[in-house]
Design a protein. Structure first.
Lengths: 514, 618
């Protein structure tokens, strides 16, 4: 109905328009063509002048009204070191072009008005004037030269890559349909290598997990950076073109599949400082529509957007960017966990150990794990509290042959602990699951405990401080009905018999458990 | 065979009879077999004037379609909360109606509309409809030629364009939708159907359509060049050609050199899509799998595309400049100021247009060092452009200006060209482009300078030469309403976009509410959308005026209604096949003798007086 009404009114307007046209044409014919043209010239030239005045006024008024959205003014100042030079170029250009704009528009409309045809009027015959042509070729050329020099000076400064010995935080942002995947280098400061063919659902950037520098990299959900530190963003694309765009920092660069690009910038204002800036402006002292109890300036966040058409979700690729103080940044870094450790470690995708070696991050994690358990056990009051499983001591299948990797890492931790605590006497308990005969299991568990002991002795721990016991399948800690339960039951236990911090008499208790 | 005996009655006819050149044309074309039936007259016409009309009307139809598309996506941008369910009968599945009955434009289709709007307006309307129309109409008429060098190729040029249009139109009805990756069709988005629904069959038809279009442009262009070089009448030296001819001639050369590069880019895209090559693809993981394509570069496509894409904006604007120069001069009753400077600036712009393409790519990942050169060349273009503006303004100075719709649009063109051209100085400077690239500032810039300005040039041309096409005038009152409405609403649409762009809002966003930084402009976007609807209304008025005037407009009763000097006004009121009934006119002087020696105007066919100089225009 509305549509019909709209169509009918359009048709009506069209008919009216045509009628107006016909009437004025008739009027012109009655008045005489020349008179009509004369009247038209007079009125039209006046309208052109009125238009010019209104148009130029509208330009000025709107520019004043929107001044707070212009580059480099008020709340829209750059939050990066290089941003100011861009804003300056913008404003120099604005002044230069503004002058030209007003002069030419005024001349155009003023001449149109002034030189309207009058009865008996004659036009001047001025076909050309080479002097004037030279002047108005040379003047723009000189002005352009200044703009080019200023612009390129800023450009080459902004786009320069970091020097080899410069201190810089390198992070990575990969655009995909339709979000950004972020990556930080972790404590080693290095982003690990990648190959797009390794990309899977659990490996969004295609990191090569055999490269150790990948293993400490973490994937935060937002960009957090310290103020005043130079940042180099490595920009990648996984599927189609994207563009890494940080409007407040004057940062923009396409993300191209197969061709990493970069942008180097230094944030100069923390999020909080920027909020305080915004607080000074009325338009930010209104409630935020999405959380009305807060003012707009309070909820302000820096944002990362996409600025290259990448498909139907192009408009929605938002990530938050937070600029914080150095100490806040350090604190934040501590809360971030290695992506490898939280999502890849010990899954089917984990290639480690490679050649009997564990990556440093895993070895140190395991060492930390051992130390924690050991420290707890040292403070234990009962024997049970003084016992923990040496999770990473493993044997070749069906034999008492220690794996090389157990020796290299977990048993090395045990040796270190024994050497550091010379009063320590420990029990090494071998356990199996319930597959096979109980006798055979008893024998195997004893042999395995012995093997551990033998290895420790061979590495300089006195046999007096060690007591190896096989328990067979008698002390399950998990359900033998499931595979994971059985795996848990096959274990080597570490028990502090004496030398712990609460000095308890342990021999009897140890005897009792036997 | 007897030559049709023409009794000269008018001043012009007498001059042609006396000084004209007899090419015995009518002895060979007796009976006018090329326009003997309805089909050969109106459909498969080989007459340049009819082909011009075909191009113009086809362009107008596409213009309406392209503009309507922009209204639909402007509704989404201006009124994102409003239900568009009422469009469901037309747009079908592209309006997604939720259970509450609120209809939303689908995101995919939003991008399809944006893409189609750009493609249609740039290629079909402003290349074929503007440059094609007036090159066809005016080159033979202003040069004193009987027709194009090859009328057959000329006809084929139109029909290739027509086929391109049919294919593009068909793509609108695909179930997966038309192509939606932007008019620039950057790969990998345009190559991988996994990346976007429109990159399936939609892209296939899009590419096919544009390849047909390139063929059309090349057939047309080679014809324009040949005609200008070979079919100028006696006395019509290059330096005596009116400025529109110079601009059409140079435009055709630009097109001939750059469109094949575009075609090659499209062919390589098709190879990548269909044959598994990797020209533009490298290391892509999409749809859950890593593709085998390695070694290509998406940037290579951008180089190829913009090698056409940038000259293309001059292909659009140069003809408009030519038309405006002529209309300004005729109606100011003054010679165009600095004719030779105007020609040299066209040549300079044309040359420079080939070495600035990468200014579209400052932020694309090309080496920042190479951008230095492109900044320099780009900003140099401002110089010839500025010279043209100053010369137009100087042409008005001291004139005796007659205001009609054509003249108003010509003045409007200059205003628009200034406004839009100046913002180019921002964008061409790579440092500023870091922030401005792909924001609304760019949208404002190119719409004003090559969208609105080019349309203004086209309107100036249509109003001015309509009598030559149809033997009637367009209605002046409606024309003036059209001008004022368009002038005001066009500025109302695009001026505010500068502010949106300065605030950093990216273009090609379906909605702005996700980003706090981009969501300040809801009111302004409403305003822009309303202005766009109004602007569209004024264009409908133009179309009504156009078709009304074809049959009902004021009749043209004299040969030379504007007191113009150029040759097209020496033909009969309704020129037939061959344009001049008897001899073709011979040219005696340059085309801008307005107000010389106290005469209001001296047509080109009037011989120089004793001792009169033609200012070096030999």
């Amino acid at each position: 109905m509305t549509a019909l009404f709209a169509i009918l009114s359009i048709i009506l307007i069209a008919i009216i328009a045509v009628q107006i046209g016909r009437v004025s044409e008739l009027a012109a014919r009655i008045r005489g063509e020349e008179d009509a043209q004369e009247r038209t010239n007079r009125s039209t030239s006046r309208w052109l002048l009125i238009f010019m005045v209104l148009f130029l006024l509208a330009c000025i008024v709107s520019a004043v009204y929107y001044k707070n959205y212009m580059l480099g003014y008020g709340p829209h100042q750059a939050a990066s070191e290089h941003g100011g030079s861009l804003d300056k170029m913008f404003n120099i250009t604005l002044i230069v072009t503004g002058i030209v704009f007003f002069i030419t528009q005024i001349a155009l409309f003023w001449f149109s008005y002034k030189y309207r045809a009058r009865k008996g009027g004659k036009a001047l015959y001025i076909p050309h004037d080479n002097k004037i042509e030279i002047i108005w070729t040379a003047v723009p050329a000189v002005v352009m030269t200044f703009l080019v020099v200023g612009g390129l000076d800023a450009w080459n400064d902004v786009m320069a890559d970091v020097g080899t010995d410069e201190e810089v935080i390198e992070i990575e942002a990969m655009g995909y349909q339709f979000a950004w995947q972020l990556r930080y280098p972790g404590p080693d400061g290095k982003l690990g290598s990648r190959d797009y063919k390794l990309t899977t659902g659990t490996n969004p950037i295609g990191q090569d997990w055999t490269d150790e520098s990948n293993l400490d990299d973490f994937h935060p959900s937002e960009i957090v950076l310290p103020v005043g530190k130079k940042v180099r963003v490595r920009i990648l694309a996984r599927d189609v073109l994207h563009d890494f765009y940080l409007p407040h920092f004057r940062v923009k660069m396409d993300a191209v599949p197969g061709m990493p690009t970069y942008f180097v910038f230094t944030p100069t204002k923390t999020t909080e400082e920027y909020r305080q800036e915004l607080k000074k402006y009325d338009e930010y002292n209104v409630p935020d529509p999405s959380s009305p109890e807060k003012m707009l300036w309070e909820t302000f966040e820096y944002e990362l957007a996409c600025a290259e058409l990448c498909g139907k979700g192009h408009w929605s690729m938002r990530r938050l960017v937070k600029i914080v103080s150095e100490s806040e940044y350090e604190a934040w870094l501590k809360t971030q966990n290695s992506y490898y450790m939280s999502a890849i470690y010990k899954t089917a995708d984990d290639p480690w150990p490679i050649d009997g070696k564990l990556p440093a991050i895993v070895a140190s994690t395991r060492k930390q794990e051992f130390t924690d358990l050991f420290d707890t056990a040292m403070k234990g009051n009962t024997l049970a509290e003084r016992t923990f499983v040496l999770k990473y001591v493993t044997f070749e299948t069906g034999s008492a042959q220690l794996t090389e990797i157990s020796k290299k890492y977990e048993l090395a931790n045990v040796i270190d602990a024994m050497k550091a605590n010379s009063a320590l006497v420990i029990g090494l308990g071998g356990h199996t699951d319930n597959t096979g005969s109980a006798d055979a299991n008893m024998t195997l568990s004893q042999e395995r405990a012995n093997a551990v002991m033998a290895y420790l002795v061979a590495n300089g721990i006195s046999a007096d401080r060690l007591k190896a016991t096989g328990y067979g399948q008698n002390q399950p800690i998990a359900d033998n009905g499931t595979e994971s339960g059985r795996a848990e039951n096959r274990r080597t236990e570490f028990t502090i018999l004496s030398g712990g911090t609460p000095a308890v008499s342990t021999v009897n208790e140890a005897a009792a458990t036997e | 065979m007897a030559t049709a005996v023409v009794q000269p009655t008018t001043f012009e006819e007498k001059l042609i009879q006396e000084y004209g050149y007899d090419d015995h044309f009518h002895e060979h074309h007796h009976g006018d077999k090329y326009q003997s039936s309805f089909i050969t007259t109106y459909v498969f016409s080989q007459d340049h004037k009819m082909i011009a009309k075909q191009l113009l009307i086809t362009g107008m139809i596409w213009g309406l379609i392209g503009a309507l598309m922009s209204l639909v996506f402007r509704l989404q941008l201006g009124f994102p909360e409003e239900s568009l369910a009422w469009l469901k009968p037309v747009l079908g599945q592209w309006i997604e109606v939720n259970p509450e009955g609120v209809g939303k434009l689908s995101q995919e289709f939003y991008y399809a509309l944006v893409t189609m709007h750009g493609t249609i307006i740039v290629f079909f309307v402003l290349t074929a409809g503007l440059s094609g129309t007036f090159s066809n109409l005016l080159i033979p008429l202003m040069l004193g030629a009987r027709d194009m060098a090859s009328p057959l190729l000329n006809m084929m040029s139109y029909w290739f364009f027509f086929m391109a249009g049919v294919v593009m139109f068909m793509s609108l009805f695909l179930s997966t939708g038309p192509f939606s990756g932007g008019w620039t069709a950057y790969p990998p988005l345009s190559i991988l159907p996994e990346a976007s629904a429109g990159s399936g069959a939609g892209m296939t038809l899009w590419a096919l359509s544009l390849v047909l279009f390139v063929v059309s442009v090349l057939l047309g262009g080679i014809n324009y060049i040949t005609t200008v070089l070979n079919l100028r009448t006696k006395g019509m030296s290059m330096w005596r050609m009116p400025l529109p001819i110079w601009s059409f001639f140079i435009t055709a050369i630009i097109g001939l050199l750059s469109f094949p590069v575009l075609a090659s880019a499209f062919f390589l895209v098709v190879f990548d899509r269909e044959l598994g090559t990797s020209f533009f693809l490298n290391e892509i993981f999409i749809g859950g799998k890593a593709l085998d394509h390695v070694g290509g570069s998406p940037i290579l496509y951008q180089h190829l595309f913009w090698f056409l894409g940038h000259p293309e904006v001059y292909i659009i604007i140069l003809p408009a400049m030519g038309l405006v120069s002529e209309v300004l001069s005729v109606n100011a009753r003054k010679p165009i100021f600095g004719y030779k400077a105007m020609v040299f600036s066209i040549l300079a712009i044309a040359f420079l247009s080939f070495i600035v393409w990468a200014h579209h790519m400052f932020m694309s990942g090309v080496n920042p060092f190479i951008s230095n050169f492109f900044v320099i060349f780009t900003l140099i273009i401002a110089v010839p452009s500025a010279v043209k503006v100053f010369n137009w303004i100087a042409t008005l100075y001291g004139g005796n200006i007659r205001f009609n719709s054509a003249m108003l649009f010509a003045i409007g063109f200059v205003s628009m060209f200034i406004s839009g051209g100046l913002t180019g100085i921002f964008l061409g400077n790579s440092a500023i482009d870091i922030q401005m690239h792909d924001t609304y500032f760019v949208v404002a810039h190119f719409h004003i300078v090559m969208g609105v300005a080019a349309f203004f040039g086209m309107f100036a041309g249509v109003y001015h030469w309509f009598p030559k096409m149809y033997g009637r005038f367009m209605n002046e009152t409606l024309g003036k309403i059209h001008f004022w409405g368009t002038m005001v609403s066009a500025y109302a649409i695009f001026w505010p976009m500068h502010y949106i762009g300065m605030a950093g809002v990216p273009r090609r966003y379906y909605a702005f509410d996700i980003f706090q930084s981009f969501s300040h402009f809801a009111e302004m976007n409403k305003f822009i959308t309303i202005a766009a609807i109004l602007a569209f209304g004024f264009q409908v008025l133009f179309v009504i005026n156009f078709f009304y005037s074809i049959w009902k407009g004021k009749r043209l009763t004299v040969q030379n209604p504007y007191g113009a000097t150029t040759l097209e006004w020496t033909t009969p009121v309704r020129p037939g096949h061959g344009n001049w009934p008897g001899k073709i006119p011979a040219v005696q002087r340059w085309p801008y003798d307005y107000g010389k020696d106290g005469e209001d105007f001296i047509p080109q066919i009037v011989p120089l007086k004793e001792g009169e100089h033609d200012g070096g225009h030999h």
